[in-house]
Ligand binder design. Structure first.
Ligand SMILES: Cc1cc2nc3c(=O)[nH]c(=O)nc-3n(C[C@H](O)[C@H](O)[C@H](O)COP(=O)(O)O)c2cc1C
Length: 188
């Protein structure tokens, strides 16, 4: 499962994510691509109602996404660097997974099957951009939903839409990441 968190359709983040998903698909995986910006996702209200039963009381597109996140064996999160962190689209989606955290940490349940792995793809316009905040958030998120942080592809100095197409070796790295994730190895 690839989750794209850039508001810019077919921008650098999505191009890399699609490459990674192509690598996975061409090596036998069922893949799905979710563009967070296409979904209607409200902010987490911090109401803690999910502490009773593990369900979020907000009825929006997260309902379907929770199911997809629960069923995915491999999750790739892809986000541009925005002000030294994840895009707000991606962060908003992550915050809404507080109910998954609650299922595990408050209610003692589990999320997903065993051995789940995940990866982060990120691009930034500066050289070097600050990736460490995004890495930190994604590691924390993956930990909360029982996904092992297994690979990362972090690309600096990519700013204009489609800039990444000038770096075929990075596109290849993204493809290889998808291949490696499907076979359960680190794709970094
Ligand atoms: C609101 C905003 C904030 C940004 N902040 C940063 C930043 O802190 N560091 C950086 O390296 N690039 C930053 N950028 C540049 C983007 O990361 C860069 O343009 C990237 O290629 C966008 O990816 P996309 O084509 O997938 O949307 C920012 C861009 C925007 C629109």
């Amino acid at each position: 499962m690839g989750v794209g968190g850039s508001p810019r359709r077919h921008g650098n983040t999505e191009i890399l994510l699609e490459k990674a998903l192509a690598g996975a698909y061409e090596n036998g995986a069922d893949v799905e691509f979710v563009r967070v910006g296409d979904l209607s996702i409200d902010h987490c209200q911090g109401c803690n109602s999910c502490f009773n039963g593990g369900e979020c009381r907000i009825n929006d597109d997260m309902i379907g996404l929770y199911k997809q996140l629960d069923e995915a064996e491999v999750i790739i999160l892809a986000s541009p660097v925005y002000f030294s962190g994840l895009s707000s689209l991606m962060k908003q989606m992550i915050d809404r997974c507080q109910c998954l955290w609650a299922r595990k940490e408050v209610l003692g349940g589990s999320i997903g099957g065993p051995g789940r792995i995940g990866a982060l793809i990120s691009v930034g316009g500066q050289n070097p951009p600050t990736f460490r905040n995004s890495i930190s958030v994604v590691k924390s998120y993956f930990n909360s939903i029982d996904v092992e942080y297994s690979a990362e592809l972090l690309v600096p100095a990519v700013d204009e839409k489609g800039d990444i197409l000038n770096q075929p070796e990075i596109l290849e790295k993204a493809y290889d990441m998808g291949v490696c994730l499907v076979s359960g190895r680190s794709g970094s």
